[in-house]
Design a binder for this molecule. Structure first.
Ligand SMILES: *Cc1c(COP(=O)(O)O)cnc(C)c1O
Length: 480
């Protein structure tokens, strides 16, 4: 690609055709680059072989005064940026929660940037407001969620949960938004829940000390009797319990809290029940897994990340609530008489009134592209393979006496360990990861380091999982 007019002042009318032509040429090249990348992702080391600061020193300290050609920029992308990238889209990325930026969603992201349309309100972008409702309605149906769940897209599960806690606080006391909380409000979640629950409470001024980490059972599920005990203790101490957060698919072991029992308790004490299903909520698309959301019909809100196990690139978090009017009461700064008048959809179409962000990019487009391109049956088939391979991996690990499986495997994540010291397990993980062939992560369970293998990438095959196991077997000390 040769650029005749690098950085030409595109604001000038006579330069515009050249600016567009430049884009067209580079754009074709970039699409070819992406297609090649999707074909050959395995050729890249999953983890980059760079040291902190390597990228920074390779780049100029100041931005250029004169514009540069796409040629020059893309060359540096290849030579300087790419070597510092951790390849989350790699079929052997099996750390944290494996995920996928799928091809249809990649195209949708490009189109969304081209339009640069911003969803402050229905009028500021009817397409964002309405497609968001349509796509989330489809997702709600796929997941078997009740019709009275209203959906809204935020960036991350952390922000979705923050909004849930804010709504919970408003339900407990509508004056909180003007007067602050008194008496002290208390929130309940399991000790296995994601840090975002505590962070949300910190951000909202609930206070870290008023977040109760309820003990979990031997399978890492919240213990309902311990929840009741903690609530009773707070009530006796003059506190005001207001919110309980259940996790369906915890970040460490993917355990599932007893949502129905927690819904009973939430009802008894008048608490908002939020379900954090950031990763595992996707499994509810399988009829045989819909039971994981039993009790959701009595919850107040739920979050599931499309950017985890739903083939959508970061970021897209789907937040559902059965009480959108409370969410709006918590955040709206527009007097009622200025609200979009009439129609059953009026509430639904003022997303910026339902949370902190004003500007909202066109995230729904990639979800819609993804759902249409794959369709429910293909998504189901992929999720089923991931789950089946996790079970198979579990069996394979169990068959080697040097290893043990240390948590149940309800979804597509396996927690296991070499029967040795924490140091040996950490060293084993490091040496497998340092090959660049695979990336697995770890967690700590009952004080012991456990390795975590997460399956969830569209391109992953059983061969990839098997290769990860070969590497681990190879690197593990021979006898025990
Ligand atoms: C990943 C995860 C989160 C955080 O997701 P973000 O979108 O990165 O904020 C929250 N809760 C659970 C259970 C998760 O697995």
């Amino acid at each position: 690609m040769s650029s005749t007019r690098p950085g030409a002042a595109a604001t000038q009318e006579q330069d515009w055709p050249a600016y567009v032509e430049d884009f067209r040429r580079a754009g074709h090249e970039v699409v070819d680059w992406i297609a090649h990348y999707l074909e050959h992702t395995r050729d890249y080391p999953v983890l980059p072989k760079v040291k902190p600061g390597d990228l920074t020193v390779a780049l100029p300290r100041s931005a250029p005064d004169k514009g540069e050609s796409y040629d020059a920029i893309l060359k540096d992308f290849d030579n300087i940026i790419l070597p510092a990238v951790t390849h989350w889209n790699h079929p052997r990325f099996m750390a944290y929660f494996a995920c996928t930026g799928s091809a249809p969603a990649i195209l949708a992201e490009a189109l969304s940037a081209a339009l640069n349309t911003n969803g402050l309100s229905w009028k500021s972008s009817p397409a964002i407001s309405e497609l968001e409702q349509v796509a989330l309605g489809w997702l709600r149906q796929w997941m078997g969620l009740p019709d009275d769940y209203f959906g809204i897209i935020y960036d991350t599960a952390s922000i979705s949960t923050l909004h849930a806690i804010a709504a919970a606080r408003d339900m407990a006391d509508p004056n909180v938004r003007t007067e602050g909380a008194r008496p002290i409000l208390t929130l309940y979640t399991s000790q296995e829940s994601h840090a975002s629950v505590e962070k949300g409470a910190i951000a909202l001024g609930i206070g870290q000390n008023n977040v109760r980490k309820i003990p979990s059972d031997a399978e890492f599920r919240l213990r309902p009797e311990a929840l009741v005990e903690a609530i009773e203790k707070d009530l006796a101490g003059g506190k005001r319990p207001f919110c309980v957060v259940a996790t369906v698919g915890t970040t460490s072991t993917t355990s599932v809290d007893p949502v129905s029992a927690m819904a009973d308790i939430a009802e008894r004490y008048g608490l908002w029940l939020h379900i954090d299903a950031a990763y595992a909520g996707a499994a509810a698309i399988l009829p045989e897994y819909q039971h994981i959301l039993r009790g959701a019909e009595r919850a107040h809100s739920l979050v599931v990340n499309a950017h985890k196990w739903l083939f959508t690139p970061v970021d897209l978090s789907a937040f559902f609530t059965r009480r959108p009017e409370i969410l709006r009461r918590a955040f709206s700064l527009i007097p009622d008489y200025l609200q979009a008048a009439g129609g059953p959809g009026a509430l639904n179409l003022t997303a910026s009134d339902l949370g902190v962000p004003l500007g909202r990019r066109f995230r729904a487009l990639k979800l819609w592209f993804m759902m249409r391109y794959f369709g429910r049956e293909r998504i189901q088939a992929i999720l089923r393979s991931h789950i089946a391979w996790a079970k198979r991996f579990e069996q394979v690990v169990r068959s080697d006496p040097r290893f043990e499986v240390v948590a149940p495997v309800p979804f597509s994540v396996v927690c296991f360990r070499y029967k040795g010291t924490n140091e040996e397990n950490s060293a084993l993980m490091e040496s497998a990861n340092s090959t660049g062939e695979v990336f697995i992560s770890h967690t700590v369970l009952h004080g012991q380091v456990a390795l975590r293998l997460a399956i969830g990438n569209l391109g992953t095959t059983w061969d990839d999982v098997e290769r990860a196991w070969e590497l681990l077997q190879e690197k593990a000390p021979k006898s025990r």
